[in-house]
Design a protein around this ligand. Structure first.
Ligand code: SAM
Length: 303
């Protein structure tokens, strides 16, 4: 087991933000810093502070990051770290950290590593026993989920779907029975095709939410059945422009998903109590959905 420690500041007000937290062994830390997904007002004080205090910033696209840095008056030097050079840069970054330099990792937008570069770096730095510190902030999937009105207790983030049509269709078909909310990233040139594939895989009535251009001027949240959303995009071409998070309501749980214990308790209670009450108590006991249990009792009583 490997651990690394840093002394965190509890609640940094701006007067306390002059130094980075010191690592316990004089080595630098890797800060994984989330940046805005469209609205530059989402820059936090802590993000600005960390970006201005580290020795260097590893950026997915240095030109893009420099625009952000100039907006927030930070002039820390940047170097590039993207999918195609990440592995070559690992030794260099570990060396900087070991000699006491702290580094920030940023991607083009949102949280690094979330459909973005950074996993090999974070993995390596942790394996070296060096500190990796999150600086949380915007993330398109979490922003979309927070406003979608879909169940958020269980969700499965799938990132981008495969580019090839046949691979995409079989990928979606394999997800058809998943009961948690499904979340995908999508681009303007494939959004319509992906919706058509979802119609095939999940049926016409599956409820879908499309979160487009979050935090930007043309932010739009569309909700409806997959068929309704395809129609909206067909009628209004502007709705296919920009960046998208697509969220899909999970599949309904099947009756047989109820555990034998919950079915037994529900039936027993239903001998003395109304079905709704029996379902409510059983749901509380076993953490099941009360509507599913109620439905089960109705069907059981019909037999
Ligand atoms: N790391 C980023 C994050 O934390 O969300 C995601 C990077 S991924 C390369 C880019 C994809 O994220 C876009 O194609 C889109 O699907 C989604 N995305 C990013 N910004 C968005 C926004 N403002 N509105 C909707 N979707 C967005």
């Amino acid at each position: 087991m490997q651990t690394s420690e840093t002394t965190q500041q509890d609640s940094p007000d701006s007067s306390e933000l002059s130094d980075l937290p010191q690592s316990s062994n004089g080595r630098g830390s890797l800060y994984v810093v989330a940046t805005p997904i469209g609205n530059l007002d989402d820059v936090s004080d802590r993000m600005r502070h960390i970006l201005s205090s580290v020795s260097k910033i590893a950026a997915e696209d240095t030109r893009r990051t420099k625009r952000l840095l100039s907006h927030i008056n930070v002039n820390t030097p940047c170097f590039s770290l993207h999918d195609h050079n990440e592995r070559q840069k690992l030794d260099y970054i570990v060396q900087l950290l070991t000699q006491g330099d702290s580094i920030a990792l940023v991607s083009d937008a949102g949280t690094p590593l979330i459909s973005d570069p950074g996993y090999p770096l974070v993995n390596r730095v942790r394996n070296e026993g060096l500190a990796v510190i999150p600086v949380p902030g915007p993330c398109a999937l979490i922003s979309a989920l927070s406003v979608a009105g879909l169940p958020s207790d269980r969700f499965l983030f799938e990132g981008f779907l495969p580019a090839k049509a046949s691979a995409r269709q079989s990928y979606l078909t394999a997800l058809a029975e998943e009961t948690g909310t499904l979340i995908f990233y999508e681009s303007s040139h494939r959004i319509k095709q992906s919706l058509a594939d979802m119609q095939l895989a999940f049926g016409e009535n599956r409820h879908i939410v499309i979160a487009r251009e979050l935090t930007k001027t043309f932010e739009t949240i569309l909700t409806g059945s997959v068929v309704e959303l395809i129609e909206i995009l067909d009628q209004d071409h502007n709705q296919s422009k920009g960046e998208f998070v697509v969220l899909v309501h999970g599949a309904e749980k099947k009756q047989s998903d109820l555990t034998p214990e919950s079915r037994k308790l529900a039936r027993l209670l239903n001998e003395h109590l109304p079905g709704k009450q029996a379902a409510k108590i059983t749901a509380e006991m076993y953490g099941e959905k009360k509507n599913r249990i109620y439905q089960y009792l109705l069907e059981d009583n019909e037999q």
